[in-house]
Ligand binder design. Structure first.
Ligand code: NDP
Length: 493
């Protein structure tokens, strides 16, 4: 590819080539075509980015800039993203495969995220409390320092916003590493960051593979915090590796979230949300409602109606406005999903629909999988326990509220859960008893920038979004002052 068209790294306020000059192809998962070449950063490039971020933090101009200055830049960046929203959405669709409707929604959320944290930067934080005179104490929040931020391929632009906005608002300096599969919208975002005029070294971008560029961020003693979104296996590994200098670590990992439909639920909306919860974004969502628990008395009818709804979903290139579900991210990921479908069959789950790769209408060039529903699934089956991260749903019947709760909590994960019922007391009981970071009542997959997002158990550590997400990027400092300056007299007797 023409060198001019290679997407470079953004380090210390400049677009630069990686030290070894290597690039990686960027693939459109709907067509299998290479749509760009992105610089492939290695350890040496990551070290440069870390040094730039370290210097920018230690010099102190960013962390000690007034909150109003940081807020103004974030607000300006939000406006620029909004101005380019359609281009960004189309780029996301071309690189990730998601439908344009989904990509437009992501861009709008990214704008909201930068605006929200721009506002939060200037809001009061900290605490004072009563102490014995003459001491006075106050608690202030300070930025942590250099933050390495490693993001996945399922929401490339939105995850960049979730990471960068709170970190910058709090006065940290950042190095963002997008997934090697989906670097394009992050690169475009950094072009807008460059135009916005953030000080040199405050925000840096390295594209590269996880084991190379990502790993060196995690192990560097000059990095103070790692924020990671991705698979639980990688998350556990990162936590172990970050121990070298006791970095702060926040992890947003996988899930196998239960979506529970009681017989007294509003039938039409429960049905609609059941499909949305698993098939939106082609099922590649950490909080996907991938375990559907349905009360026995409506089970047969619900399964039949859901199967019909799934079979009607139009699967195709996300850039085609007629498509309702796009491809999965890569050939390798498609094969992983196909393997899970084969395991489900071997273990005796009944396939109500789907289960195959779609090969007609030119879809053989991309990575398309039919919306797939397994019914009557044994709660201990592999497909009911492991995160598949694709358009594959497991449906399990239940008889009583207690049984539903037991099934819901019988998982190593605890990211999210849905509860559909018209009995508000039952909904509250369930919402409080389910061990998950987010529980939705009569809705699903609503993410609010104002509220905390994150998981119990193996779904993660820490919270993103809202004031909780802001605090994850701060250290707590207590300042104790005395109003009476005098010697202690401790050794006077
Ligand atoms: P990973 O968790 O491996 O990747 C997420 C991010 O971590 C990417 O930027 C990746 O870089 C980076 N990374 C990978 N290895 C390391 C490492 N050793 N050190 C530092 N960074 C690293 O996801 P995969 O793409 O491999 O997907 C595997 C599974 O994870 C999926 O099947 C799904 O179950 C789950 N997943 C969950 C997500 C969620 O939102 N919770 C999102 C994505 C995946 P690179 O891509 O360049 O290798």
């Amino acid at each position: 590819m023409d060198e001019e068209n290679v997407r470079k790294l953004y380090i210390n306020g400049e677009w630069i080539k990686p030290v070894n000059g290597e690039t990686m192809p960027v693939i459109n998962p709907a067509t299998g075509e290479t749509i760009a070449e992105a610089a492939a950063a290695t350890e040496k490039d990551t070290e440069k980015a870390i040094r730039a971020a370290r210097t920018a933090f230690d010099q102190g101009s960013w962390r000690s800039a007034s909150a109003h200055q940081r807020a103004a830049l974030l607000m300006e960046l939000a406006a620029k993203i909004e101005e380019h929203q359609e281009d960004l959405a189309q780029m996301e669709t071309a690189n990730n495969g998601k439908t344009l409707k989904e990509a437009r929604g992501d861009v709008a959320e990214a704008v909201k995220t930068f605006r929200y944290y721009s506002g939060l930067a200037t809001k009061p934080s900290g605490e004072t409390f009563e102490t014995e005179a003459p001491l006075v104490s106050r608690v202030v929040r300070e930025p942590i320092g250099v933050c390495g931020q490693i993001i996945p391929w399922n929401y490339p632009l939105l995850m960049a916003a979730w990471k960068l906005a709170p970190a910058l608002a709090a006065g940290n300096t950042c190095i963002l590493k997008p997934s090697e599969l989906t670097p394009l919208t992050a690169i475009r975002l950094f072009e807008l960051i460059d135009e916005t005029g953030f000080p040199k070294g405050v925000v840096n971008l390295i594209n590269g593979t996880g084991p190379s560029a990502g790993h060196s961020l995690v192990t560097s003693p000059l990095v103070d915090k790692i924020a990671f979104t991705g698979g639980t296996v990688t998350g556990k590994r990162i936590m172990k590796e970050a121990v070298s200098n006791l970095k702060k670590v926040s992890l947003e990992l996988g899930g196998k979230s239960p979506n529970i439909i009681f017989a007294d639920a509003d039938y039409e909306s429960a049905l609609d949300y059941a499909a949305f919860a698993i098939f939106n974004n082609s099922g590649q969502v950490c909080s996907a409602g991938s375990r559907l628990l349905v009360e026995r008395s409506i089970y047969d009818r619900f399964v039949q109606d859901l199967t019909e709804a799934a079979q009607k979903i139009r699967v195709g290139n996300g850039a085609d406005p007629a498509s309702q579900m796009g491809p999965v991210i890569s050939k390798q990921h498609m094969e992983k999903i196909e393997k899970y479908i084969a395991i489900g069959r071997q273990e005796g789950a009944k396939l109500a629909c789907g289960g195959r790769r779609l090969l007609d209408q030119g879809r053989d060039r991309g990575y398309f999988i039919e919306p797939t529903i397994f019914i009557d699934v044994d709660p201990q089956a592999t497909v009911a326990r492991e995160e598949i991260f694709g358009p594959v749903l497991c449906v399990l019947p239940f008889e009583t509220e207690e049984e539903a709760l037991g099934l819901a909590n019988d998982s190593p994960y605890g990211l999210a859960a849905g509860i559909f019922t018209s009995d508000s007391a039952k909904a509250e009981r369930m919402a409080k008893s389910i061990r998950a970071g987010v529980t939705w009542i009569n809705t699903y997959e609503q993410n609010l920038v104002e509220g905390p997002w994150g998981g119990y158990k193996e779904s993660g550590l820490g919270r993103e979004l809202g004031t909780y997400g802001f605090e994850e990027y701060t250290e707590v400092k207590q300042i104790i002052n005395t109003l009476k300056v005098e010697p202690t007299g401790w050794f006077a007797d």
